[in-house]
Write a protein that binds this ligand. Structure first.
Ligand SMILES: Cc1ncc(COP(=O)(O)O)c(C=O)c1O
Length: 444
């Protein structure tokens, strides 16, 4: 019998209005290419790569086969004091793609774990170099680094923080949100009338003293908040400031990694090499949970060098997960990287992204309540003004309307986001943007 108890099922859905969901369940039972099938037999186009994960599209035979083969060969092996061949191979493939001397990967299973791993690595690095006093972390307003206590603390989305205040890490500060309402419409990198990093240099760093700061963590483009692109030159300048003060720079590339910007990483797009780079999502095309932190050789070396005189059995970093480098996840990652390479999907994302950007600007600008459109790479957001006292309702209603019209979009605050798989075609982009336009008009 087909299971259909979705309205009052036993599941508590994450980041979802559960009461509303119960009245209008949105449940998928199959997927292929760009499309889902719902439990009630409808076809829905996946306009968001299932939350930025499915870069190569759904149901990729090559990835599925690699997973099946791996299950029949080595299903799982412990990650501590031993490893597996796939984990080494996946790490080599990932670091080969990464810029600069980002040479070492520590695997985990999610973006949240990657965020906390990178913060802990930063503390370990400074301590290893005799600077254990560097414990201040700096994130950014509207940043998202998952839901662990570390990632939540450096994150800057107010709703994610407000219930958990007393459990947030101490000694955390935040850079200002980068969005400039005077430049609310952009198709590419925005301009800004202000130098946003003056605040870092003249207020935040002097307040804590730069010698106490361990790391600054930012997403190259703020994804979860609603695709807010930093102004031209921002990340390069951030790198320079970090270098000047011995502060580590962490890029959280859980969304921007593996092709979304039309390059392997956001770091490549911006020509800035961070000290650590967090990834998840697209690395396995979403099919098996995996995350990780790639760090520069110098970060790894510092932690190892501190143990130069330790006995051979001494562990250098007391951190890791049961599923770090899970062989099945690593097999999925290797197969995913093959598909991305063989089908030149990063390049395709760059090309088709221009089409998405143009379509969103041409079709959505000027519609009722639209106050901003931001596109770059293969992603874009349209922002609506809020109904008085009901922040987010307008976008949520538009999201529901799109779903009922056969297009899965994402609502984030008052933003509607499109971020389709890199295999999307022109016709599908037109359909997504048309449905979004119709839904915005309907809820005017
Ligand atoms: C930049 C960034 N970091 C971390 C995370 C958290 O990842 P996960 O949900 O896999 O824990 C996300 C999720 O969207 C993200 O966008």
């Amino acid at each position: 019998m087909v299971y259909q108890n979705f309205s009052q099922g036993a599941q508590w859905l994450p980041f979802t209005p559960n009461r509303s969901f119960g009245q209008d369940p949105r449940v998928f039972v199959a997927a292929d290419g760009m499309y889902f099938t719902t439990y009630d037999g409808r076809r829905v186009i996946d306009g968001i790569s299932s939350l930025w994960c499915v870069g190569a599209g759904h149901n990729r035979r090559e990835i599925n086969e690699a997973i099946k083969h791996q299950l029949d060969t080595l299903d799982y092996s412990t990650a501590f004091n031993a490893s597996n061949d796939r984990a080494f191979e996946a790490a080599e493939r990932i670091t080969a793609l990464a810029p600069g001397d980002l040479n070492k990967v520590l695997f985990c299973s999610s973006g949240s774990e990657a965020a906390d791993t990178s913060l802990k690595m930063a503390l370990a690095y400074h301590r290893a170099r005799g600077e254990g006093h560097r414990t201040v972390f700096i994130g950014r307003e509207r940043g998202y680094h998952g839901v662990g206590f570390g990632g939540m603390s450096v994150g800057g989305i107010p709703a994610n923080r407000k219930m958990f205040g007393s459990a947030l890490l101490p000694r955390v500060d935040h850079l200002s949100f980068t969005h400039d309402p005077a430049h609310a419409y952009y198709n590419g990198e925005p301009e800004s009338d202000h130098d946003l990093l003056v605040e870092l240099e003249q207020r935040i760093l002097p307040l804590h003293d730069p010698s106490n700061v361990a790391a600054i963590i930012v997403e190259p483009v703020a994804g979860s908040a609603g695709w807010y692109v930093p102004p031209k030159g921002y990340l390069k300048r951030l790198r320079e400031i970090c270098d000047r003060h011995g502060i580590l720079l962490i890029f959280d590339e859980v969304i921007t990694g593996f092709g979304r910007m039309g390059t392997a990483f956001g770091a490549d797009f911006y020509g800035v090499v961070p000290d650590m780079l967090n990834f998840a999502k697209c690395v396995t095309n979403g099919v098996i949970p995996m995350g990780g932190v790639i760090c520069r050789q110098s970060v790894y070396d510092a932690v190892m060098d501190a143990h130069a005189n330790s006995p051979a059995h001494a562990i250098e970093l007391f951190h890791g997960y049961t599923y770090s480098g899970h062989p099945v996840a690593c097999a999925a990652a290797i197969a995913t990287l093959n598909v991305l390479r063989d089908e030149e999907l990063f390049q395709r994302a760059a090309q088709i992204g221009k089409l998405l950007g143009d379509a969103m600007h041409n079709r959505l600008k000027g519609l009722p309540h639209v106050i901003s459109i931001r596109t770059l790479g293969l992603a874009g957001a349209v922002e609506l003004s809020s109904l008085p006292g009901l922040v987010g309702k307008r976008a949520y209603d538009v999201y529901l309307e799109c779903f009922h019209q056969g297009v899965l979009v994402r609502s984030a605050g008052e933003n509607l986001v499109l971020a389709p798989a890199y295999i999307v075609n022109a016709e599908q982009i037109a359909q997504m943007v048309d449905v979004l336009a119709g839904a915005i008009r309907k809820h005017a």
